[in-house]
Write a protein that binds this ligand. Structure first.
Ligand SMILES: Cc1cc2nc3c(=O)[nH]c(=O)nc-3n(C[C@H](O)[C@H](O)[C@H](O)COP(=O)(O)OP(=O)(O)OC[C@H]3O[C@@H](n4cnc5c(N)ncnc54)[C@H](O)[C@@H]3O)c2cc1C
Length: 402
């Protein structure tokens, strides 16, 4: 039984069949539709450039064809581990032999007065994206609170739709928690060239209203940013209430091993809710990306079907803003040196993150898919690179390894 019919839950259902699982597969999701992809929600969807069919992970008929009992609009409110049952919001109870938790994350709430005013939105699911899209169509001034990926992607879509946009960020640069200073500087300039204003090192003190609707973001230093729409994109927290209440070991995520087993042998957890081992980096962490959802779905399907575990993958992620594609492979843990390859001014460059001994641990590539692809392979192989060769634009990326 799978709780959460998102990217991870939807994927593990079909992967179980691929790996030979013969028993029933029940996929429970609280949203009203079949599993879909979230990445387009902050990108093409807002601009009206994506259709619902294209969002869905699989055609709806696949579930019946593969004997997957998909139940939408079905919220699980508790897990009774002793009885091996889940309790549904309507009071129903379902027994499980094996349970997979895939409940994802929910947006972090901005803890200030006025954050609940109409016109203050967040973005996680399709319903949020539809609300945002509708409001973007009538609003003129958008303030984005949080200069992370979702915030910047929404800023980019809103500029394309002609809104005035200000990004408010607590740190001194956008993407501060998730990208290198070089990438932050590039995206800040890209947005500024497209007319986005930034309020950096700025703490939100309150959201001001007028006539029962949002009217401004008020900053701690007294500045006031007028806005008739505010998007709050300040990160997400693991939606692990079910796991905590059931007594599973959790610490900023449900703790799992390399096969996605939780502290209860009959319960696996996958996707954004997990705090997982990162074998390439000798530590653990919580990842919020599609690659992680798919990798853990695969690990779980193999584990439950008695198949050998798949080889650990290199984490990767992407972001689209305007016509620019950022692709990131690996994580910069342990890196002491950043080497820039290519020219940020031309909008095509990559930042290579090297450890003391030259081992490559992460690559951030802007409009350079080759550097991303090869970088990803090299990270998995723990390749040692020479910083001078990485920076030498006269060498092709394949020649860099020497
Ligand atoms: C706007 C946006 C843009 C993104 N862009 C990118 C990107 O460009 N690249 C990238 O790699 N990743 C991106 N991500 C992240 C990526 O979408 C997630 O990592 C991925 O969806 C995680 O899959 P999941 O199954 O763990 O969680 P989700 O896909 O969030 O699915 C969890 C599901 O569980 C359901 N659920 C929760 N609790 C219950 C319950 N009690 N009972 C029943 N159902 C429940 C939820 O309603 C939801 O449908 C983006 C995310 C968002 C929100």
């Amino acid at each position: 039984m799978i709780v959460g019919a998102g990217h991870a839950g939807g994927s593990v259902a079909t992967m179980l069949r691929q790996q030979g699982w013969l028993g029933p597969v029940v996929l429970l999701g609280e949203e009203p539709l079949a599993p879909y992809q979230r990445p387009p929600l902050s990108k093409a969807w807002l601009k009206g450039e994506a259709a619902l069919d294209g969002l869905l992970l699989r055609k709806p008929e696949i579930y019946a064809q593969q004997r997957i009992d998909l139940r939408v609009d079905t919220r699980v409110v508790a897990i009774n581990r002793r009885a091996c049952e889940v309790v549904l919001a309507d009071g129903g109870r379902l027994r499980y032999d094996a349970l997979i938790l895939a409940t994802g994350t929910r947006p972090r709430v901005l803890p200030v007065v006025g954050a609940d005013l109409p016109g203050v939105l967040s973005l996680r699911g399709l319903a949020d994206a539809d609300r945002l899209k509708l409001t973007l169509g009538t609003a003129t001034r958008l303030a984005v609170v949080g200069g992370g990926y979702i915030g910047l992607e929404v800023a980019s879509a809103a500029r394309s739709l002609g809104l005035e946009v200000t990004v408010v960020e607590r740190e001194e640069r956008p993407l501060a928690r998730v990208a290198s200073p070089e990438i932050s500087a590039f995206f800040r300039r890209l947005h500024e060239e497209r007319g986005v204003a930034f309020a950096l090192s700025a703490e939100v003190a309150a959201i001001g209203g007028r006539g029962g609707r949002v009217a401004a973001v008020e900053l701690g230093d007294g500045r006031r940013i007028d806005a008739d729409l505010v998007l709050v994109g300040i990160g997400a927290v693991a939606d692990m209430a079910l796991a905590i209440d059931a007594g599973l070991d959790c610490r900023d995520g449900v703790l799992v091993d390399q096969a996605c087993r939780t502290s209860d042998p009959s319960i696996h957890a996958i996707g954004d809710i997990t705090r997982r081992p990162l074998p390439l980096y000798g530590r653990e962490g919580r990842l919020e990306n599609v690659q992680n959802a798919l990798e853990q779905a695969r690990q779980t399907a193999c584990d439950l079907c008695g198949k050998p575990p798949p080889a650990p993958e290199v984490p990767w992620f992407w972001s689209d803003q305007y016509e620019t594609k950022l692709q990131i492979a690996g994580l910069p843990f342990g890196a002491v040196r950043r080497v820039v390859r290519g020219n940020p001014a031309e909008g095509r460059f990559a930042v290579f993150h090297l450890m003391e001994d030259g081992v490559l641990v992460a690559v951030e590539a802007v409009n350079l898919p080759g550097e991303f692809m090869i970088g990803r392979q090299w990270i998995g192989q723990r390749r040692v690179l020479s910083p001078e060769r990485v920076a030498d634009a006269a060498l092709s990326i394949k020649e860099v390894a020497g």
